[in-house]
Ligand binder design. Structure first.
Ligand code: ADP
Length: 494
């Protein structure tokens, strides 16, 4: 581990922060209260900028704008192909500003520049493009019912959508929701996470340039219990799409019991990553490594429970730990950096607490386990072995660079252990035996199962969770369901 790396210096000079204000009805504005909040660079702990702090009254303005844009604006009445064309233009503009947006993401989030350039920003553009393609392909059906009737269905946009997103992949998560929302003709109020508002605001400016009409996309940065809760409770909002902690989703679900707002949730996980003794070990180790350490472990589908078959357990752990010890931590703006900072002090403290619990409860920390550097929220990639199923590091979502390696004997036992969790977002299996792979894929309760790979997420493939990991699916054709209502029209044939 590169403990000798120089501490990150100030980053503010890396990129200009152009937008820090709310986007409502096509204009950037201060919050009505005039309040602002600081957004912090997790690598240096310095304030990057003050951002306008939206609260209930700003949410109300944004919802009114989205309502007007939906009820009387051009967006869902526009030729569907033209709607798609404007989304394509937005995707092009995001790509044309790739470096600027990637640097903003690094500054605000602390992730390595290579990941922001390699995944976050290109995948946001790809997701918008994929859904732009759907805009003119959202078909109803004709249905042969009994009697002298002609019946057909229309897929109509659900209406005004509140989109509440997390900080781990800020622009990519915005695109996962805005793609299907805009393609189906909905209008939106996006509330970025308070830790990472900057890329959404800049992308919002590009959306206006691309011809997304005023009021169709409104962006209100602010905090969860204020701006977020106001959006959830607003009577003119028809749908909430949320990504974050399952406990927040439960609060949202309770707050919408009476209004029955449409809900889609993408929540946390404790994903099992199963390595059989017939796997290609080198590939399994590389894949399992990315599974947990990508994005400093701040990944809802992180493979945080590695189940390794008994007779390869020691060899696996040894090579896994060697690889972790070599991972290059450092300044996220350095292209050589592989591992950046955790998002903020609260997450940093939570992760360190779990590391301490792991040690206390008797797991063996084979590498890492400490903070790295004196400044910035850096934590060493950490691997625990001899983890038992009941330890906190094996049951709780840590959302940090902490791998728990557990043992198993046979396939039935490992499927049972893999499912012994309230979560069900993702799973992976490493084996050269296709029958074993298929048996695990069928037996594991998870929305995504990877075979001999990990973290392969594509705009065309549905993504979401079983159990406490979510409700509905994002991405793929299925995402359109979350943003449309089906209307059945029956006509008497004379
Ligand atoms: P995390 O721990 O990843 O920050 P959260 O669920 O707390 O997960 O936050 C995810 C998003 O949900 C953020 O945009 C946050 O501001 C928002 N949020 C938090 N609490 C609420 C709430 N009570 N109502 C609506 N949104 C909320």
């Amino acid at each position: 581990m590169s403990q000798s790396s120089p501490l990150p210096l100030t980053h503010k000079a890396q990129v200009e922060v152009r937008q820090t204000r709310l986007l409502i009805d096509g204009k950037f504005c201060d919050s009505l209260s005039g309040k602002t909040f600081a957004t912090i660079d997790p690598a240096t702990e310095e304030v990057i900028a003050q951002v306008a702090e939206g609260d209930a009254e700003d949410i109300d303005l944004a919802v009114q704008a989205a309502r007007k844009a939906f009820d009387s604006g051009p967006w869902h009445r526009m030729d569907a192909r033209e709607r798609g064309r404007r989304m394509l233009k937005w995707a092009d503009l995001i790509e044309a500003h790739m470096e600027e947006l990637a640097k903003l993401e690094v500054l605000d989030n602390g992730k390595p520049i290579n990941e922001a350039l390699g995944y976050d920003i290109p995948s946001a553009a790809a997701t918008l493009r994929y859904f732009a393609g759907w805009a003119d392909k959202i078909h109803g059906k004709t249905i042969p019912i009994s009697g002298p009737f002609f019946t057909y269905t229309r897929r109509e946009p659900v209406g005004v959508c509140g989109l509440i997103i997390p900080w781990n992949f800020p622009l990519a998560m915005a695109a996962w929701k805005l793609g299907p929302a805009l393609a189906t003709g909905c209008t939106a109020i996006l509330k970025p996470a308070e830790q990472t508002p900057l890329t959404a605001l800049r992308a919002g400016e590009l959306a206006l340039e691309a011809g997304i009409p005023p009021g169709v996309l409104n962006i209100v940065p602010g905090f969860g219990p204020t701006a977020g809760a106001a959006l959830v409770q607003h009577p003119l909002v028809e749908k909430i799409a949320f990504t974050g902690e399952y406990k927040t989703a439960q609060t949202i679900k309770q707050a919408t019991v009476n209004s029955m707002k449409r809900l889609s949730f993408e929540l946390g996980g404790k994903s099992p990553n199963i390595i059989f003794n017939d796997a290609n070990l080198e590939e399994a180790i590389t894949g399992s490594f990315g599974a947990i350490f990508l994005n400093q472990g701040q990944n809802c589908c992180a493979g945080s429970r590695a189940f390794v078959q008994n007779n390869i357990y020691d060899e696996f752990v040894e090579q896994f730990a060697e690889k972790a010890a070599k991972r290059k931590l450092g300044d996220p703006f350095d292209p050589a950096t592989e591992h950046g900072a955790q998002i903020d002090k609260a997450q940093f403290d939570k992760i360190m607490h779990y590391i301490a619990l792991g040690k206390e409860q008797g797991a063996e920390c084979v590498t890492g386990g400490e903070r790295a550097f004196e400044r910035g929220y850096f934590i060493q990639p950490t691997i625990f072995k001899e983890v038992n199923e009941n330890m906190a590091i094996a049951t709780d979502e840590i959302f940090g660079p902490v791998a728990s390696v557990l043992r198993f004997k046979n396939i039935n036992e490992v499927i049972e252990k893999a499912n012994n969790t309230p979560f069900g977002l993702a799973a992976a299996v490493w084996t050269q035996d296709i029958d074993k792979a298929n048996a695990v894929a069928a037996g594991v309760k998870a929305g995504t199962v990877w075979v001999n790979c990990y973290n392969i997420v594509d705009p065309a493939a549905p993504f979401g969770g079983f159990k406490l990991s979510g409700l509905g699916r994002e991405l793929g054709e299925q995402a359109l369901d979350a943003y449309t209502e089906t209307k059945t029209v029956t006509v008497l044939r004379r």
